[in-house]
Design a protein around this ligand. Sequence first.
Ligand code: S3P
Length: 425
Amino acid sequence: MKLQKASSLKGEITIPGDKSISHRAIMLGSLAKGTTKVTGFLMGEDCLSTIDCFRKMGVSVDIAEGIVTIEGLGLHGLKAPKDVLYTGNSGTTTRILSGILCGQRFTSQINGDESIQKRPMKRIIDPLSLMGADIRSINDNGCAPMEIRPAALHGINYDSKIASAQLKSALLFAGLYAEGNTSFTEPYLSRNHTEIMMNSFGGNVIAQGTTTTITPEPAFTGREVFVPGDISSAAFFIVAGLITPNSEILIKNVGINPTRMGIISVCKEMGGNVELQNEHTTDGEPYADILVRTSDLHGITIEGNIIPTLIDELPVIAVMAACAKGTTTIKDAAELKVKESNRIDYMVSNLSAMGADIVGTDDGMIITGGKALHGATIDSAKDHRIAMSMAIASLVAEGETHIPDYECVNISYPDFFSTLESLKL
Ligand code: S3P
């Protein structure tokens, strides 16, 4: 993929479905009784991995004309898979599905690609074990592959050191099968899509501040789910519209759940012209159209409880910071080091290669904006969000930017490059 500087971006785009909500729709649809129909489902590789895993456990999942229909088997209806459950590149599938598997009456193994096999799973193995689960890292290195055997679960009150929706969701799903309530407390509130969707399927999840509690054994009933556009995918075009000259982009139907909205606050605080229009809510998930226009941006400090609400957007926020006046400091984001790649290292090396002034720290990055960027060859470590962030940087870089492993965008946004090109016309 070879990309050139853009003189202007104009137009209206629709963003593909939210990745987090799409995963959860398959999981809850499979554990519900009756039929679940999902519209707006993200047909990206990660969500297709989730479908594949549930099909291997006997769930019928049909995809036709963009609608996903799941014939749920109920909480105790999943069948023992014949093969290892393969989760591809998806941390969300690996961690949340593990929580579900801990409650099943069969043994299973779960594994993913090279990146998944390096990502920390001890964070789920430890609390799930405290609930009585029989879950272990097969190579005893705290990573996938994992084996899960049947065991009786009991509720716990877990005080987590990290804010993580995947970890929280693994415990909430295991909590469905436990005796007594399970509570999860995190330092800052992470995305709450599991809580919202479980309750709309008939569950009993209560959130108080940063503590989330589930009461076990609800009767989930199949339903219709509408998945709004993914704000994490919209973020690339929000930043593109702000940093490219003469630009105006209308981004339709984007999820604006407050636990995901950090990118909007940061853009506004940096001086970005971002407007929400046409706000609606579906089953507790708000969404809106987002209008962005070219803006003069300035650096800020991003830290504390806003971090989980924009964790996946920090790579593209680093690009925005490289185009802003002054210094942007990102702190409290050590989690970036254990995403699909070490996103601090890869953003620092790639943006530096393009001429930016960026330094990595233990828990974030310091970026001093205003240096002229030039094209470079990007090493995105097959990390979809690094590849897309660097594609956005190319819009303001003199010369050609080359992204050899561009196909990794299929993980979350298969149409990313064609959408980007459509705005250049
Ligand atoms: C996700 C939670 C976040 C996020 C990931 C998706 C989810 O990870 O980075 O892309 O769907 O629950 P953490 O749970 O590690 O915060």
